[in-house]
Design a protein around this ligand. Structure first.
Ligand SMILES: CC(C)(COP(=O)(O)OP(=O)(O)OC[C@H]1O[C@@H](n2cnc3c(N)ncnc32)[C@H](O)[C@@H]1OP(=O)(O)O)[C@@H](O)C(=O)NCCC(=O)NCCS
Length: 196
């Protein structure tokens, strides 16, 4: 039996004027696969002018919010678990990392869409959300109700608790289920790069 006839190519494509298809996916690092992991790294390299292996590693091990437009990754953020010390408690914290929107797609709500995906996870699973913000990122986060930490920040390190004064003012939190004194001390757990 012969194969079904294939229609001849049309003079003009009927999909030429179709709007772009944008899709938000949420996936654990374990389920990303090599090509999506690589696409995240490529996006971060482009947006942050190159990122170290340790900085990229900070984005892994949790849940990723991935925004694709016509199959291409245009925005990303992830939430990983950390412990923050505050008020004598080690708070289970959904820590946001790697928020990046492709330069050609900004101010179209994509950063907000990614953050909404991450905030849903934070609000369901953690005592609070936290992140270290770039000046540009801070505009996005404050617009979404994140609050600037006003007290002194520090980190647990192999040499004990060390102040991170250079990061004071750059840490933002999303309160969930624990009362927070934004003027109090906030201490993060240790990691090799970018303590906050
Ligand atoms: C920060 C970033 C993720 C924002 O992404 P985005 O898709 O442009 O953000 P949105 O379109 O969802 O912005 C939502 C709101 O956030 C605020 N906002 C975001 N970027 C802003 C900017 N550059 N200037 C002023 N307000 C801004 C606005 O209130 C905006 O609403 P509006 O456009 O209706 O005024 C993007 O600019 C980016 O990738 N920057 C480089 C990497 C970076 O700094 N990442 C953050 C690391 S902490």
């Amino acid at each position: 039996m012969s194969a079904p006839a294939v229609p001849a190519a049309r003079a003009s494509c009927p999909f030429e004027t179709m709007p772009s298809v944008t899709e938000l996916r949420t996936a654990h690092t374990a389920d990303l696969g090599a090509s999506t992991t690589s696409a995240i790294r490529d996006l971060m390299n482009a947006v942050f002018d190159g990122v170290s292996d340790d900085t990229f590693d900070n984005t892994l091990g949790g849940l990723h919010a991935l925004l694709f437009e016509d199959g291409e990754l245009i925005a990303h953020g992830s939430v990983v678990q950390r412990r923050l010390l505050h008020g004598g408690r080690a708070l289970r914290t959904g820590y946001v990392e790697g928020v990046a929107v492709h330069a050609g797609h900004r101010r179209q709500g994509h950063g907000g869409t990614v953050m909404a995906g991450l905030e849903r996870i934070i609000q369901s699973a953690y005592h609070l959300g936290a992140l270290g913000a770039s000046p540009e990122g801070a505009l996005l986060y404050t617009a979404r109700g994140w609050q600037q930490w006003q007290g002194p920040t520090s980190a647990m390190t192999p040499d004990g608790i060390k102040r991170t004064a250079d990061l004071d003012g750059a840490v933002y939190v999303l309160p969930v289920s624990v009362p927070l004194d934004l003027t109090g001390d906030l201490t993060c757990d240790y990691r090799p790069a970018a303590l906050w």
